[in-house]
Design a protein around this ligand. Structure first.
Ligand SMILES: [Zn+2]
Length: 291
């Protein structure tokens, strides 16, 4: 009970901090005290490739002979008052390197450091879903608060830190339970929640039990970080569900909703499409700015 209370208080404390950060950023000298909306700079950062991945595992009904190198990436949101938020955290544990043999792998924390952001300066990690390639790196960022949907956490992580359902790796379930115990996890309560000023979480993609995607307010427009609720541009362009979903109709509805939320379909960012790094540009290798 005491633990639950302290987690609740920690999350309240953080929410209050986020609000005051936004207000602070808006309070420039000589400018109206009316709060300006918080805006974010968004980058996609690539830390590995998995070669020759079957497209049929990404796009429902795709030709079984098609293969492609998929981009392993996470997203950095830089916002008000120096706030540095990751959407997903990649992977680094040896068992995943051994079983997936990624090429051009760098630890997500190292990829971030190369980009110029020290891993210990990350304030938040928003986990879209519990799969190893998105969750595993969460403990590389020692000062970050971790955000995940309450239903996702409760469905996959047992009270003892063992996996409650199969989609989560046992090492990652234990890691997430440890972070929870340490008071570093905030559970997001469902759909349409603005978890930080200008950053809103949505459910319904059904990649996993309660996978979430995010809208992010930019200086010009609104981006959607879909993560694996949309694997490839091909899903969106051809209106085809992702291959791994608990509910194809719900996944398609989520894709339609992303089109409504994003100010242009160009600002909808899929989870593994290497074309993200061609459609957008950046100054530093392996990172592009979503704008
Ligand atoms: Zn993935």
């Amino acid at each position: 009970m005491a633990r639950v209370l302290s987690i609740a208080l920690a999350s309240l404390g953080l929410m209050a901090g986020a609000e005051s950060a936004a207000a602070e950023a808006a309070r420039a000298p000589g400018v109206s005290t009316k709060a300006l909306p918080a805006v974010w700079q968004v980058h996609a950062i690539r830390y590995a490739t998995i070669d020759s991945f079957p497209v049929r595992a990404l796009v429902a009904g795709a030709d079984s002979t098609r293969r492609m190198g998929i981009a392993m990436m996470f997203w950095l949101l830089q916002g008000p008052a120096g706030r540095r938020v990751l959407v997903d955290a990649g992977f680094y544990r040896q068992k995943f390197l051994d079983s997936w043999k990624p090429s051009d792998f760098v630890r997500p924390s190292e990829a971030l450091a190369r980009f110029g952001v020290p891993p210990d300066s990350v304030t938040d990690v928003i986990v879209s879903h519990v799969h190893w390639d998105h969750l595993d790196g969460a403990d590389l960022f020692p000062n970050a608060r971790v955000w995940i949907q309450r239903e996702e956490y409760q469905y996959y992580v047992g009270a003892d830190g063992a996996p409650a359902h199969a989609a989560i790796d046992s090492l990652d379930a234990a890691m997430l339970a440890r972070l929870m115990q340490a008071g570093r996890v905030t559970l997001v309560e469902g759909d349409g929640k603005e978890i930080l000023p200008g950053v809103t979480a949505y459910t319904g993609g059904r990649h996993t039990f309660a996978s979430q995607y995010l809208s992010v307010r930019l200086a010009k427009g609104t981006a959607v970080i879909a993560s694996d609720n949309l694997y490839l541009y091909e899903n969106l362009d051809h209106h085809v569900p992702i291959a791994q979903t608990l509910d194809p109709a719900s996944n398609l509805a989520a894709q339609d909703r992303m089109r409504m939320i994003a100010s242009t379909p160009r600002l909808i960012v899929p989870g593994h499409d290497p074309a993200v790094f061609q459609r957008f540009h950046g100054d530093r290798r392996g990172a592009v700015r979503i704008e």
